[in-house]
Design a protein around this ligand. Structure first.
Ligand SMILES: [Zn+2]
Length: 420
């Protein structure tokens, strides 16, 4: 996997380049900080892959009202405790019970790893895993060792939104580190060797580790409800694009607003539309059919046996929108959402009552990309020395922003090993 390939893959991801570049100019002082993970799974990757994925032009950006407002003092680890803390195990079990659809349960114990007695690699301080109060939550990766933000972001956002109730002092996910203390923004690019695209590293306070926080004393009713996952596919209703499922290659969905409050999920397209495992096949047509500009392409569902699943829509025949693509011309019976059709125009009459003369072969939706094969966990501390000073975060995070001195991540030391 070349760096270029990774950049191409990442270019489909959800965050804007402008926003990410802004983030790059701000903090990096914590990017190399804190303790290490329960194992060194990600370190089994080739250095080329790791180097390429170190770029922070695309990364997880936390969202939610608590991202910048939580204030929890950071406490670093001191020594090995001999095992996991009861609060860490209870939180891990809760996550597995409630978020299993979004986790990789084949890693660790049902997708959770907690205890590992070891120092920060190359440093003198202990990892929070060595005190049993760091929880690694494994998330299936997309092909190419790319974080699945549809899954991982939801868990990470939920942990941040409930950080006070649970006692989460810090987490790392998809090249982002968030801490509940210090300066703002509370999240910044994490440039450690492991991009944390296959797991969320969540660190608990001692109160949480001892089951003394609200999550344990009052029960999960003290928590905010898990965020509503994206559930709407093309043609299904949405209030915003946040409700719409993205394409399997990370294509960004749209929520096309209709006459009333509700909108309909779609994608912009030229020639072809994104697929998603288990979802109906779609077709790229001119926006004109959806009361939009004729020179843009939008995805709608292809009808199946003159029906449109459970989506309120009319079946019409439309030509493929080619745009600048090299796709073949063609036409198909598609589902025009009623919410987007022009009420002044009669639906295009069906030219042919016969079984669907669809010239377009119905491709099977791509199967869900296989998660990256899980490398063997490395229970042994990595012998590779870390030339960086102790990356354990200070209890008092430095409020001074550290401008990014070097926009090229490849020029940073490749020998740095940062494991959480
Ligand atoms: Zn970890």
């Amino acid at each position: 996997m070349s760096e270029r390939s990774i950049r191409i893959i990442c270019s489909f991801k959800r965050h804007s380049m402008k926003r990410c570049l802004y983030q790059r100019l701000i903090w990096i002082s914590f990017a190399l900080s804190t303790s290490h993970c329960a194992n060194s799974t990600s370190d089994e990757l080739s250095s080329e892959l790791k180097s390429g994925s170190r770029s922070c032009t695309q990364r997880y950006l936390p969202s939610g009202p608590k991202v910048e407002s939580v204030e929890i003092a950071y406490r670093s680890a001191r020594d090995c405790t001999g095992g996991e803390q009861p609060g860490a195990r209870a939180l891990g079990d809760y996550l597995t019970d409630h978020f299993s659809d979004f986790m990789n349960l084949n890693q660790g114990r049902r997708g959770i790893e907690i205890y590992n007695c070891r120092n920060v690699v190359g440093g003198s301080s202990r990892s929070l895993h060595s005190e049993g109060r760091a929880v690694d939550i494994y998330i299936p990766t997309q092909s190419g060792w790319v974080a699945d933000n549809l899954k991982g972001d939801m868990i990470a956002n939920w942990l941040i939104e409930n950080a006070e109730e649970i006692g989460v002092q810090s987490l790392i996910w998809d090249r982002t580190i968030w801490t509940a203390s210090g300066g703002r923004p509370r999240h910044r690019c994490y440039r450690g060797e492991s991009p944390h695209v296959d797991h969320i590293h969540a660190e608990l306070t001692w109160a949480s580790a001892r089951r003394e926080t609200l999550f344990f004393t009052e029960g999960p009713s003290a928590l905010r409800a898990p965020p509503t996952p994206r559930t709407s596919w093309i043609g299904e209703s949405c209030q915003s694009a946040e409700d719409c499922i993205g394409g399997s290659s990370g294509e960004l969905p749209l929520c096309l607003q209709g006459e009333n409050q509700s909108g309909v999920c779609s994608f912009s397209c030229e020639g072809v539309c994104p697929d998603r495992a288990g979802k109906p096949v779609s077709f790229c047509i001119s926006g004109e059919a959806l009361s939009r500009a004729p020179e843009i392409g939008l995805c709608v569902l292809k009808s199946q046996a003159n029906a449109c699943y459970d989506v309120p829509a009319s079946v019409e025949t439309h030509r493929r929108f080619i745009g600048r693509s090299s796709a073949n011309a063609g036409e198909a019976k598609v589902c025009i959402p009623l919410a987007l059709s022009d009420p002044d125009l009669d639906p295009q009459p069906e030219p042919d009552p016969d079984p669907e003369p669809d010239p377009e072969p119905d491709p099977e939706p791509d199967p869900e990309p296989d998660p990256e094969p899980d490398p063997e966990p490395d229970p042994e501390p990595d012998p590779e020395p870390d030339p960086e000073p102790d990356p354990e975060p200070d209890p008092e995070p430095d409020p001074e922003p550290d401008p990014e001195p070097d926009p090229d991540p490849r020029s940073r030391s490749r020998s740095r090993v940062s494991q959480w």
